[in-house]
Design a protein around this ligand. Structure first.
Ligand SMILES: Nc1ncnc2c1ncn2[C@@H]1O[C@H](COP(=O)(O)OP(=O)(O)OP(=O)(O)O)[C@@H](O)[C@H]1O
Ligand SMILES: [Mg+2]
Length: 207
C-alpha cells in the first residue's frame, strides 16, 4: 500500500508520517517512509541542489525535472521493490506537490506537468493521500520559532503559498476519493485519529 502526505511547508506532514509509521509498526506491519526529494544517495544530492539557496536560482523547468528525476530514481530503487515485498510505503510529499508547487505556485503548464509526472512515475498512484490544509499566515505563526524554515517563507512569500494552496484545493476537488483533506490547525492527536479512522474504514484489506 502506498500512502502519501501533502500540504504546504509547516502544515504538519512529517509529524503525521512518523505517528502513522509508529502506529503501523506497533501492529506488526512492515513500513518504510521517505521524504521527497530524498531517500537515496543520489536523490539526497538532488535534494541539496533543489534546496540550496546559496547557489544561483534554478530555472523553473530545471527545478521541475530535478524533482521528477529524483522521484523516478526513488521509485525504481526503493518504492517499487518495497511495495512488491508487501511493505506499506509512506511518502512525505509525492506527485501532488509537483502540481501544486511547480504548476500552481511557479505557473508552469499543469497539463504538461501531468504528462511528465506520468512518465516519471510509470503512472503509479497512491492508494490514499492525506492533505493537511493550512493558510500561509497560520504556518508562519507556527514556524516562527524555527528561523531556518521561515527563511523559505520569506523568500517565496505569501502569494506563492496561497497559489500552492489553491492548487491543492483544485486537486482535492478533482480527486476527492483519493485525497482526504483535514485542517492542519487541528491538534496533532485529532489529525492522527482522523487518519487512522480513514484507513480502518476504507483500507482494512490492505492494512
Ligand atoms: N497539528 C499541529 N498543531 C500544532 N503544531 C504542530 C501540528 N503538527 C505539527 N506541528 C508543529 O509544527 C511544526 C511543523 O511541523 P512538521 O515539521 O511536521 O511540518 P511539515 O509539513 O513536515 O513541514 P515541512 O514542509 O517544512 O517539512 C513542528 O514544529 C511541529 O511540531
Ligand atoms: Mg517535513
Amino acid at each position: 500500500m502506498l500512502i502519501t502526505f501533502e500540504g504546504i511547508d509547516g502544515s504538519g506532514k512529517s509529524t503525521q508520517v512518523q505517528l502513522l509509521a509508529s502506529w503501523l509498526q506497533e501492529r506488526g506491519k512492515k513500513v518504510a517512509t521517505f521524504r521527497e526529494p530524498g531517500g537515496t544517495v543520489i536523490t539526497e544530492k538532488i535534494r541539496s541542489i533543489l534546496l540550496n539557496k546559496d547557489t544561483e536560482e534554478l530555472s523553473y523547468k530545471a527545478e521541475l525535472l530535478l524533482f521528477l528525476a529524483a522521484r523516478n530514481h526513488l521509485l525504481m530503487t526503493k518504492i517499487l521493490p518495497l511495495l512488491q515485498n508487501e511493505t506499506i510505503v509512506i511518502l512525505d510529499r509525492f506527485s501532488d506537490s509537483t502540481i501544486a508547487y511547480q504548476g500552481f505556485g511557479r505557473g508552469l503548464n499543469v497539463e504538461e506537468i501531468q504528462q511528465l509526472i506520468e512518465f516519471a512515475t510509470d503512472k503509479l498512484r497512491p492508494h490514499v493521500t492525506f492533505y493537511l490544509d493550512m493558510c500561509f499566515t497560520d504556518t508562519v505563526k507556527r514556524l516562527s520559532a524555527e528561523s531556518s524554515r521561515l527563511d523559505r517563507f520569506e523568500t517565496l512569500g505569501e502569494s506563492f503559498f496561497e497559489k500552492v494552496r489553491a492548487g491543492y484545493h483544485f486537486l482535492q476537488k478533482r480527486e476527492a476519493q483519493r485525497i482526504k483533506m483535514i485542517s492542519g490547525k487541528e491538534s496533532i492527536e485529532t489529525i492522527h485519529s482522523f487518519i487512522i479512522k480513514e484507513l480502518q474504514e476504507n483500507f482494512s484489506s490492505l492494512l
